[in-house]
Design a protein around this ligand. Structure first.
Ligand SMILES: Cc1ncc(COP(=O)(O)O)c(C=O)c1O
Length: 477
């Protein structure tokens, strides 16, 4: 069955209540629909690594509430009475047992001294003065009429600047007519899935493992996810071809989370697949500006701009807080995305769009990227070296790029227990387990995903030392 995605916080206790809350949320979000058969209590207990009694208690609670029906010989199914359109009374205050949603991008232990939670750039380096200057310059020249509702696809000067930048830096085939401004990659993806669904797509292929932050958002769309394994060459195109999907979401420049780059032969196979099935490739270019060992590989969109939609944002290069990103799409899809914005949210904030256009035009963006590349490269190297010293049994995977490291732990290490121990010594990090599908999680190697962008070199060494200690203590029992 589809990935149930029931994240558990083992430190928070009440595991049966957490499982029940996870199922309620899935039904309310429409991810589990009436009639869906649930795994047996034995299977689910094994997948979640809890005792069978915990799952039985959760199922009993949900049956009592009317969410589930259990019939002898027919297993346990979602009840027809459980309506997906019920209001989702799921604020943490209303339901303390609700497991933390990874989509919130919040570490489970905020405020720990060594914050290696992945996915965030060095926010202290945000170029405040230059951003203020760009905003001031934009406001000085902006005609008052521009302060009305904008072109929902984005203001022309920003689309023009981005087309030039993406052509130059990412080898994209981009003209202002193909560029649509979105509120980040996540927003671009949500909108694209709506467009695909309207065109009859029922399945979206997604890499396995993938960003657990994106999973709830993808699942909320109602599209069925077909998870496709990733190996050292990137996504397995033969496995993709065996799925029913005609659309796939990939991270070719720097696979998230494993850090591998889609190999040249796989790039060719992927394009051939898209041409064969009349399919669409959604290219998440989330951190492609940061490649340290060589020039970044050009984007896939530049190879086949009629089959690939390029998605990017300033979330890793400047700050997620700006919520500014883009899609570069074939003209027909760009028009639909623009219409989608026109029908759903009337477009992105205008002053920020002009400020980013100014920042790009005057070279501020390039300058900032040059500074950050040097900083991140040094932090990555220091952390990788320190891990080799303090975690000798661990292996850093992937290329020298981005703002996170994928670190495989010695076989048999209990990832969750290591994270718990690390948190107790002040280190916050993410485990890879929830990034895999339920089918592959059991065989996946234990691994950590470490964001190194926000911590100075000397403190990264200390963090590696503490992680090494957490692993030794865990392995020694
Ligand atoms: C792989 C990946 N792509 C995209 C995003 C979302 O990025 P944005 O802030 O542009 O919506 C994330 C979030 O961290 C991510 O991990």
């Amino acid at each position: 069955m589809t990935d149930l995605h029931l994240p558990l916080d083992r430190g928070a206790g009440r595991l049966a209540a957490q499982i029940a809350a996870g199922f309620r949320a899935a039904v309310r979000a429409g991810r589990l629909t009436a009639g869906t058969r649930l795994p047996s209590s034995r299977d689910l207990a094994r997948d979640l690594e809890v005792s069978r009694g915990v799952v039985v208690a959760a199922y009993e609670q949900l049956t009592a509430e009317g969410f589930l029906i259990a019939r002898r010989g027919d297993g346990t199914r979602i009840a027809p009475l459980a309506r997906p359109d019920e209001p989702a009374a799921t604020s943490p205050a209303a339901d303390p047992a609700r497991p933390a949603l990874p989509s919130c991008d919040l570490p489970p232990d905020p405020g720990l001294p060594y914050d290696l939670w992945p996915g965030r750039p060095d926010l202290s380096a945000f170029p405040r003065e230059r951003w203020v200057a760009a905003t001031r310059a934009a406001l000085r020249t902006l005609p008052s009429d521009e302060l009305t509702y904008p072109d929902p696809g984005g203001v022309r000067p920003l689309r023009t600047e981005l087309a030039g930048y993406l052509g130059r830096v990412r080898a994209a085939v981009a003209d202002p007519g193909r560029v649509v401004i979105m509120n980040g990659v996540a927003h671009g993806l949500s909108a694209l899935i709506r467009v695909l669904q309207a065109d009859g797509h029922r399945v979206l292929a997604v890499e396995d493992p993938t960003s657990s932050r994106q999973l709830p958002m993808l699942e909320t769309s109602g599209i069925r996810l077909a998870r496709v394994p990733v190996d050292a060459d990137g996504v397995d195109v033969a496995a993709l071809a065996r799925s029913n999907a005609r659309a796939v979401l990939v991270t070719p420049a720097h696979q998230y989370p494993t850090g591998v780059v889609l190999s040249p032969s796989r790039r060719a196979e992927l394009i051939a697949w898209a041409r064969d099935v009349g399919g669409v490739i959604l290219e998440d270019d989330y951190d492609a500006e940061f490649r340290y060992d060589r020039e970044p590989v050009g984007c896939l969109q530049g190879v086949d701009p009629d089959r690939v939609v390029l998605l990017g944002s300033v979330s890793k290069s400047l700050a997620p807080a700006l919520r500014l990103g883009w899609a570069v799409a074939p003209a027909a899809i760009a028009t639909r995305l623009r219409e989608h914005r026109g029908h759903t949210d009337l477009g992105a904030p205008v002053i920020e769009q002009y400020a980013l256009a100014e920042f790009l035009r005057t070279g501020g963006y390039d300058r900032h990227l040059r500074t950050m590349r040097r900083r991140y490269r040094s932090r990555r190297d220091v952390l990788a070296d320190a891990l080799a010293t303090y975690l000798p049994g661990a292996t850093v995977r992937g290329v020298s790029a981005g703002i996170h490291l994928f670190v495989e732990l010695p076989p048999g290490t209990d990832e969750t227990a290591v994270l718990d121990r690390a948190a107790r010594s002040g280190v916050s990090a993410a485990g890879a387990r929830e990034m895999w599908s339920a089918e592959r999680a059991a065989d996946a190697p234990p691994a950590l995903v470490l964001g190194y962008a926000r911590i100075a070199e000397s403190r990264l060494v200390k963090a590696a030392q503490l992680l090494g200690k957490a692993i030794t203590e865990e392995t020694d029992g």
